[in-house]
Ligand binder design. Structure first.
Ligand code: GLY
Length: 376
């Protein structure tokens, strides 16, 4: 079946996002235009390797392309200096040359780490994203943000390095645990909330189908998300303006991820879900949007099985003042002041720079004493 194609426009560095079912089986022909010789290096994690690596390598081999795979542990902790060095040395040992291509086969962690290795190895080699989680398919594989975490914060070491191709095979989502699907769904909802009310309304009607794995609904959700992301990043590759809207819920969410040690206690998408509800709650408190929107957003996210309030996190969180401190590692902080993405309505958001710390603290204190919605 011919895949749907979303083009990401960057002068001289434009690329396609191909979306379809079973694309892994035709991988050799999809990547052929981007490889300089019949060899690719693959970076993946143990879980994804168990499910898809053999298929990928066999299909490449059938297409006459040799490959060498580096398999890393699964989980956010892999986005570290140590594993970055392991990947770079592994690729050099595998004989990767300046004109070779790498494949990132995995979720956001593998895509970010592999992309960063590609940005720096021999001062930059090509890479192809084959995202295997819903989160990576709709967000992290598109737009060229690559990087690793520092113990001081998430994604603080990185580079912009665009892939040559993003190959989204919806069939790989069949092996994705439901919790991971929900975490990815949070980023899908983000597009509706940040700038596409109609899409949000469509999601409201289709959340159950998407969570149940309905292929047509999932394809529409993934394609619309990629179209929105492609449009935004093409206008603002290095986030000097509008791209920051993609961080809706992330200033709050990153602090929660840092507070829970970037662990499985709270997945990135789960932190974003709670953070988006907080962003709407904070917008309500500041009088930017009507009361009750945060509750509406929370109810929607609950239907996907997502946590929506700090009380849903199975860990003792630091006090609001300490959470506030964690927010200062956010990359959007400027001149020691915090930046938030706030909302005036569903589908209407804006960048708020220099937000007063006292207001954020008051919101966090008020939010901490509220309880979450009843579990579905
Ligand atoms: N994940 C947000 C961005 O790519 O800008």
């Amino acid at each position: 079946m011919t895949p749907d194609v979303v083009r990401v426009d960057f002068a001289g560095r434009s690329y396609d996002i191909k979306i379809g079912e079973g694309l892994l089986e035709g991988v050799a022909s999809h990547i052929a235009p981007f490889i300089n010789r019949k060899f690719v290096a693959i970076v993946t994690d143990q879980n994804v390797a168990a499910a898809h690596l053999k298929t990928l390598q066999n299909t490449l081999q059938d297409g006459g392309i040799a490959s060498k795979a580096i398999i890393l542990p699964a989980g956010e902790a892999t986005k570290s200096y140590g594993h970055f060095a392991e990947v770079c040395d592994g690729l050099l040992n595998a004989g990767v040359e300046r004109k070779d291509s790498m494949i990132a086969l995995g979720g956001g962690v593998i895509g970010d780490l592999t992309g960063f290795a590609a940005a720096t190895l021999r001062r930059g080699v090509n890479f192809i994203q084959i995202p295997t989680s819903l989160l990576a398919q709709v967000d992290s594989s598109v737009g060229g943000k690559t990087g690793i975490n520092s113990k001081l914060g998430k994604n603080l070491i990185g580079a912009f390095h665009q892939p040559r191709l993003v190959l989204i095979d919806l069939a790989v989502l069949n092996t994705l645990p439901q919790r991971q699907r929900a975490a990815g769904y949070a980023e899908v909802v983000k597009y509706g909330l940040l700038g596409h009310e109609e899409f949000y309304d469509w999601l409201d009607d289709n959340v159950t189908a998407i969570m149940a794995g309905d292929v047509a609904a999932t394809k529409h959700a993934v394609k619309t998300s990629c179209q929105m992301k492609a449009r935004i990043v093409a206008l603002d590759e290095t986030e000097t303006g509008e791209r920051a809207l993609l961080n809706l819920g992330h200033t709050f969410g990153h602090a929660l991820e840092a507070a829970t040690g970037y662990s499985d206690t709270l997945l990135h998408g789960e932190a974003v879900a709670i953070g988006m509800v907080q962003a709407f709650g904070f917008s309500e408190m500041l009088g930017h949007c009507e009361q009750g929107l945060s509750r509406k957003v929370a109810q929607h996210l609950r239907r996907a099985g997502l946590p929506t309030h700090v009380s849903d996190i199975a860990a003792k969180l630091p006090a609001p003042a300490a959470l506030l401190k964690l927010m200062y590692q956010d990359k959007k902080a400027e001149g020691g002041k915090l930046t938030f993405i706030l909302a005036s309505a569903i589908g209407k958001t804006f960048i708020a720079k220099g937000v007063e710390e006292a207001g954020v603290l008051a919101f966090l204190e008020q939010d901490a004493v509220k309880t979450g919605l009843a579990k579905p």
